[in-house]
Ligand binder design. Structure first.
Ligand code: TLP
Length: 348
């Protein structure tokens, strides 16, 4: 049987599974390129200028991934041995291979939160006075939207509260805004409003925005210059990567508003799955394109395997937790198919 005869898999593992649009492929084919290590790639230069404008920062640098954007941010803000504070569920602590420790040489400190954002008060309580025993706290990270908290949106007031406390102590704030445009669409504000209180912001082109590759790290010029040197050091100087940047420009210009479609599908999915015995879904957390599901009396690995037999791909994010991520390839008609598969798997 040819692969085209197989039923289409419904892939809810992540929004990273999205393929480039036709407009992106056309733009990639026509992209003007040059050697970006010499800063001579017009497409990358244009993307970096656009990213800086969209986040309201002075400068931006194109990097291969969100993971590289975050580690470069940590390297450019800190020295080895410095303490970096983040929410205990932060992507930078869970899913970046320990880069913050092994590459940036920093000391992670995790603070638990309910919705994903450390409060100013919580930060103040965690900071220690200068003392030879303590690593100096030199960076605070926040994540918006917050992946492991279920795609929760961190509102502007909470970002301002955290940043004000950090800045009072001379500590910069980095925002992992891999999905910052999802947050901006929900709040009805430009992304630049959400990044205004923080010193640096990273965002991904290759998630809901559907570009094939790439993230941007944005901040003040000196910060981005330092990140550029570290990017080269890590092997991220990409030469004629304007073919990738061209898709990124299309992502920023054409794909932001459509994120609302993913949010609608995630809400419908969550509401339809919530009544199924064995599934616990906190609907208040379903604010964007992620549905976090706790399994009661079922193992995440086994449920994931059995859903796959029904043509549904989901990801396990804990022994009894799975995650569904709405994305451009999921259509409203998929929702009843997913619901029936869950019913069959949990009943079986
Ligand atoms: N997240 C991926 C996995 O790594 C879990 C996903 O499928 O959600 N910050 C946040 C908040 C992210 O969710 C991700 C990717 C990254 C950074 C890293 O981006 P990439 O995958 O481009 O390195």
């Amino acid at each position: 049987m040819s692969s085209s005869a197989l039923p289409r898999a419904i892939d809810l593992r992540s929004d990273t599974v999205t393929h480039p649009t036709e407009a992106m492929r056309v733009a990639m084919g026509r992209a003007e390129v040059g050697d970006d290590v010499y800063r001579e790639d017009p497409s990358i230069n244009a993307l970096e200028a656009l990213a800086a404008e969209r986040t309201g920062k002075a400068a931006a640098i194109f990097v291969p991934s969100g993971t590289m954007a975050n580690v470069l941010a940590v390297m450019a803000h800190t020295q080895k041995g410095d303490e970096v504070i983040a929410d205990s569920e932060a992507h930078i602590l869970h899913y970046e291979g320990g880069a913050l420790a092994s590459i940036a040489g920093t000391m992670p400190r995790a603070l638990p939160t309910e919705w994903g954002c450390i409060s100013g008060e919580q930060l103040e309580a965690a900071l220690r006075p200068p003392n030879v025993h303590y690593p100096p706290t030199r960076l605070v990270c926040l994540e918006n939207t917050h992946n492991r908290h279920g795609g929760t949106v961190i509102p502007l007031g909470q970002i301002e509260d955290l940043a004000a406390s950090a800045h009072r102590h001379g500590i910069p704030v980095h925002m992992d805004g891999a999905r910052i445009f999802n947050a901006a669409v929900v709040l009805g504000v430009p992304a630049s409003a959400l990044s205004a209180p923080v010193d640096s912001v990273a965002f991904c082109l290759s998630k809901g925005l559907s570009a094939p590759v790439g993230s941007l790290l944005c901040g003040e010029s000196g910060f981005v210059d330092r990140a550029r040197r570290f990017r080269k050091m890590l092997g991220g100087g990409m030469r004629q990567a304007g073919v990738l940047a061209a898709a990124g420009i299309v992502a920023l210009e054409q794909m932001v508003d459509r994120l609302a479609d993913d949010h609608r599908i995630a809400r419908t999915l969550a509401a339809s799955l919530a009544g199924i015995p064995g599934l616990e879904i906190d609907l208040a957390r379903v604010q964007t394109n992620i549905v976090r599901i706790d399994l009661v009396g079922h193992d995440a690995g086994a449920v994931t395997e059995r859903l796959l037999q029904h043509g549904i791909r989901v990801g396990a994010s804990g022994p009894h937790r799975i995650r569904l991520v709405a994305n451009r390839h999921i259509v409203p008609d998929d929702v009843p198919v997913v619901v029936r598969a869950f019913q069959a798997v949990l009943a079986g």
